[in-house]
Ligand binder design. Sequence first.
Ligand SMILES: Nc1ncnc2c1ncn2[C@@H]1O[C@H](COP(=O)(O)OP(=O)(O)O)[C@@H](O)[C@H]1O
Ligand SMILES: [Mg+2]
Length: 403
Amino acid sequence: MQQLHRLLVEMSGIAHNDAAFTQGHVGGSCKTRILCHFFNHKAGKSSMAITKQNVMDALARVGMPDGGDLVSRDLIRAVQVNDGAVQFVIEAPTPEMAARMEPIRAAAEQLVRDLDGVAEARVALTAHGPAAKPAPPSLKIGGHPKPQEGPTKPSGVQRILAIGSGKGGVGKSTVSSNLAVALARQGRKVGLLDADIYGPSQPRMMGVNKRPASPDGKTIIPLHAHGVTLMSIGFMMEEGKAVVWRGPMLMGALQQMLGQVEWGELDVLLVDLPPGTGDVQLTLCTKSELTGAIVVSTPQDVALIDARKALDMFATLKTPVLGLIENMSMFVCPDCGSQHEIFGQGGVAAEADKMGVPLLGALPIDLETRLAGDGGTPVAAGEGPMADAYARIAEGLVKGGMA
Ligand SMILES: Nc1ncnc2c1ncn2[C@@H]1O[C@H](COP(=O)(O)OP(=O)(O)O)[C@@H](O)[C@H]1O
Ligand SMILES: [Mg+2]
């Protein structure tokens, strides 16, 4: 709008400096009164006072490269609006991020400056070091569950998929984070709920180490990373403090994770389960409307014995198993390309066949997968054979109407 105005002013041949330009809109003493009158009338610029909310609404349109936007990622601080002059601070999560966020700062400043009713905008960029985390939101996590009729599902969420295994350490969390990212890359709206109360690993794997906000002490605003809406039970717990979960507390916590988190509109919500066949699985399968479960296993016999238990449990709880994923199925030598079946061969495929459930994919042991998971950027967020492998599994799920 300002550019158009300027162009018309130039075309009309009237000298018009910036101060007069601004003044013309705010104070109404511009020399190009007729033009200003036209624009003020059209855009209501002088008649509309800008509010903090207008500014926040605009900033919610500025996306972050690793998912979410400036507002949903809770990066805006100290918004001040004074007679059409707006200033605020963007607080980058880390100093390294801040070094890369100058284009975002500039874009946010320009966007706000172009809003109706804004005469000037000034935006500063700061960063928090890896300082101590603020206290968890003033929410009692894991209180007694509220009585609930039948199974429920957050209202905007189309499907809930649980990712389970009988055994720990087979790659459930790795598969969950990578599948979530791969689905998001295919344009799906994806949520990831880390329900592993014993060892939540998604904060590390997705590279998010923040407390979610809870402005009213009731709703929990989830975080965003790599295009995925993320909530982990780990975000809500005091660091280094052991939590002894009793059955009812655990049910309450899960209910909160599903019911109080503002998941928004999602095509699919993936739930990264703790290992085994315990209370979390039982609660989730009976209290929420699960679309189905995916079971991850490594090919060796001991893992398969536990995978069978998981399959059995889902069958008992009448949760459909959508398929099996074989993880760490082989090692491809990076030097010579030869394949080594470290954990045996084809065990999961044979099991899938026996159970009559599809094998959704077989993922090799891969150093990059582990390094990427430890580093907070899942391998599926990049390019290469592993990203392709996850993309294929994601594609299969989308085609099958499961995600
Ligand atoms: N395909 C893989 N190749 C190499 N390392 C893997 C692979 N899958 C998982 N890992 C690593 O194995 C460890 C356990 O995986 P994790 O996803 O935490 O398992 P779970 O959630 O089943 O306990 C992690 O360090 C992870 O990076
Ligand atoms: Mg895990």
